[in-house]
Design a protein around this ligand. Sequence first.
Ligand code: PLP
Length: 472
Amino acid sequence: MTAREFRRRGKEVVDWIADYYEKVESFPVMSRAKTGQIRASLPEHPPHRGETFGAMLRDVEKLILPGITHWQSPNFFGFFPSNTSFPSILGEMLSSGLGVQGMLWATSPACTELETLVLDWLVEMLDLPQKFLSTSKGGGVIQDTASNSSLCALLAARERATQYASNERGCNGKLVAYTSAQAHSSIEKGAKIAGIGRANLRLIGVDEKFAMRPEALAAQVERDVAAGLIPFFVCATVGTTSSNAMDPLRPIAKICAERRIWLHVDAAMSGTAALCQEFRWIHDALTAADSYCFNPHKWMFTNFDCDCFFVANRTELIQTMSVLPEYLRNKATESGAVLDYRDWHVQLGRRFRSLKLWFVIRHYGVEGLQHHIRRHVQLAQEFASWVQADKDFELAAPVPLNLVCFRHRGGDDINQQILDRLNQSGKMYLTHTRLNDKLVLRMSIGQTNTELHHVEQAWNHIRKAARQLNNS
Ligand code: PLP
């Protein structure tokens, strides 16, 4: 493709994306594709001869779009949001255009230095502990996902607990990690990958708000110590996936400090709320954490993937991850004056992700971001008040921020049928969870363009589905 054609086609693609956003509400939110339908609609073998770009774009429209669930529809209320924005998309395009591989400072100084700056900005914007600043002993790095950040935290904790011996000789089977029974499954996955073993991950019980019970954590730690095991890692969650529960960081941090256990805080979606002063209580006692992560790719208008991972002591992370083959040696690294982010995560290569985050922050400004976060929280609180006022529905968990867990009082069957009916209607998209062994519907509000009328409409659809099922 020549630069001339790229110029023309590039404009077509931007138009296509803009059109998509303008008409996204006209598509069924959940894809109606049947299993195997998309693959069956595509040629079984790769083309021998190159094809025209026009043909490809037509196929995206005709063959790929039917298999898309529209996460960027304002009527998407499933899972947690994975929202985006035009400035972010443009940043992603530039990153892809520059095609930079930022594994070392030397492989593109701007890629490293912009990332360091933006992560320092975030410390200020979210009022995170000063020790997470690059100008202190710690610092931040952009990872692909919260799953990988938690894995890195587990690995660094493992090495600190074994004086870097596990890196040399493998894990000893005595290390024990802790998280709540409501923590994200990535912690269990991380424990498997890091060689800790699922059997050495304790899932601590939760209270009536689905938050970790610190006294249960303390008791389990003591039992493990008495059995000759080594407690080394606790992951607390700020905003659990099922119900947005907030683990109490202060008492958990105290237990960790007493036993010198690494405290990692996973605030994948909810961390963004700390942009607003009134929601900063979610990070109470975060100053005691060894590491922390949150995902701008969930709620901060930055398209997937973009997770920000902060550590209090970067030497512990770098010592865990670093391997220096001859072919990566360079003067800048040897001078000790630069950060080489390849040593801050599992993979070597890295994309220029800070560009899109920088664009988002500059486009909205802190004030603009706060405005949208407050708006989403307010919409969720309003929705929760409608649920509470309705005789057929009830809240199934507290609503600290932008997720409403609720259910029809009529039992699991009717809730499942409401969910199926709504999702099949294409008018909105909801997902579910189980709390106290009951099926619960989750209304997660965070898509960039969701407004009050979308939430009102959703509530009308939910009540109508319930009425129809009651009458049938
Ligand atoms: N942690 C929490 C609390 C989450 O809610 C999620 C996803 O929803 C994750 C981790 C995993 O996120 P990622 O896809 O970035 O790994």
